[in-house]
Ligand binder design. Structure first.
Ligand code: NAI
Ligand code: MG
Length: 356
């Protein structure tokens, strides 16, 4: 029997609540298929760990995680610890150390989900964002000079390497070709006269290797508008770290809300573990009340199953989410229901059991 070793980092706030339900669902699927199982190892890292130990994770945390097949993460961040510390010292360290250079974020209006856009059909919103995840605007390069003085200066540099830019664009072309879809590149070459001119050039270059893929290219501001006014025109989308971060929040709004947005941080060569997580944060305002919506965490579990090659089970989870959304019986308050996090999890386990 194949065993997948999963490192679980529940994190802060609602992280542990939603991850609990996700683990329940994954365990049920493995129980129903006797050919594989999951071996979950929990890591107590995050902001509570920080207040005790003065760091977000163990010093050798990356070494500890290296041997796992995947990482399943809830959310990190909590009042009392500055957000740039909780983000940089845990999440971004993992993404960069494990070269998880592909961030896959589906922006898809599931059956039964409520779009912030009026009169939208499910088929109108069906995108896959492929966001560069290791460099660009989030390279962390910069300086803070003359702090607190009159001549204070801060530098926050974007880094676009040939290797980093080309590999994310090539990955996106591969997906577009495999799925027979169009590929849209989003940049900003009019204002960012080095980085984004370079991005556009690399996109043009790589496109020559994929003559069968139909492409489009937009400036990020126009793209933000078009996602609202004409979402149908986007299928596979490739963009930089910052633009992808912002646009996928627009995506979450038009595709059912932050409680549904999922993301996978992929190391395509599988040299290091990939990481699966809901896009939302730790929601301190509702933490500890069993009110958090676990659907995004289920969706990221389905991305993990896809990654391991069990697409049929990934599909069972996504259609299970659609069933929950359509029947509206068991939804959390953010989705207009009255169910608790664990009730939604139990129902999902029931749906999965009936489908496998
Ligand atoms: P947030 O996503 O935690 O919350 C925004 C709003 O959405 C809140 O009203 C919250 O109650 C609601 N919400 C989010 N997820 C929900 C869910 N599953 N079910 C029901 N309601 C949900 O973003 P916010 O408030 O900006 O950040 C809170 C903390 O989380 C900060 O410390 C931030 O740094 C961190 N954060 C961590 C992320 C991660 O671990 N990937 C991503 C975003 C924020
Ligand atoms: Mg974000």
């Amino acid at each position: 029997m194949k065993t997948y070793k999963i490192a679980v980092i529940p994190g802060d706030g609602i992280g542990p609540e939603v991850i609990n339900e996700g683990v329940k669902v994954l365990n049920k699927i493995a129980e129903l298929d006797s050919s594989f199982k999951f071996d979950f190892t929990y890591f107590p890292w995050g902001c509570r760990f920080y207040t005790k130990h003065g760091k977000m994770m163990d010093d050798d945390g990356i070494d500890q995680l290296k041997e796992f097949d995947a990482i399943y993460l809830g959310a990190v961040g909590f009042p009392g610890v500055p957000d740039h510390i909780s983000l940089w010292d845990l999440l971004l360290v993992i993404r960069k150390s494990f070269d998880q250079y592909v961030n896959l974020r589906p922006v898809k209006l599931l059956r039964g989900a409520h779009s912030a856009l009026a009169n939208t059909k499910n088929d109108d919103i069906d995108m896959l964002f492929i966001r560069e995840n290791t460099e660009g605007e989030y390279s962390g390069a910069g300086d803070w000079l003359f702090k607190g003085q009159d001549n204070e200066v801060v530098l926050q540099n974007a880094v676009f390497s040939r290797k980093g830019t080309e590999r994310i664009i090539r990955y996106a072309f591969e997906v577009a070709r495999r799925e027979g879809k169009t590929l849209t590149s989003i940049s900003k070459a009019n204002a960012l006269n080095y980085s984004m001119v370079f991005w556009d050039e690399v996109f043009e270059e790589v496109s020559l290797d994929y003559p069968e893929v139909k492409t489009a290219s937009y400036l990020v501001d126009a793209a933000a508008m078009l996602m609202i006014t004409d979402p149908k025109r986007f299928e596979i989308v490739v963009t930089s770290n910052l633009f992808g971060d912002i646009l996928t929040d627009v995506g979450a709004a038009i595709a059912g809300g932050i409680g549904l947005a999922a993301g996978a941080n992929i190391n395509p060569k599988r040299k290091y573990p990939s990481m699966f997580e809901p896009v939302h944060g730790s929601a301190p305002d509702i933490a500890g009340k069993d009110l958090s919506n676990p659907l995004a965490t289920f969706w990221s579990a389905s991305q993990m199953l896809d990654f391991f090659g069990y697409e049929e089970y990934g599909e069972v989870i996504v259609s299970g989410i659609e069933e929950l959304l359509s029947t509206k019986e068991l939804l959390t308050p953010d989705m207009g229901g009255t169910a608790t996090t664990s009730e939604v999890g139990d129902k999902m386990v029931e749906i999965v059991t009936s489908q496998i």
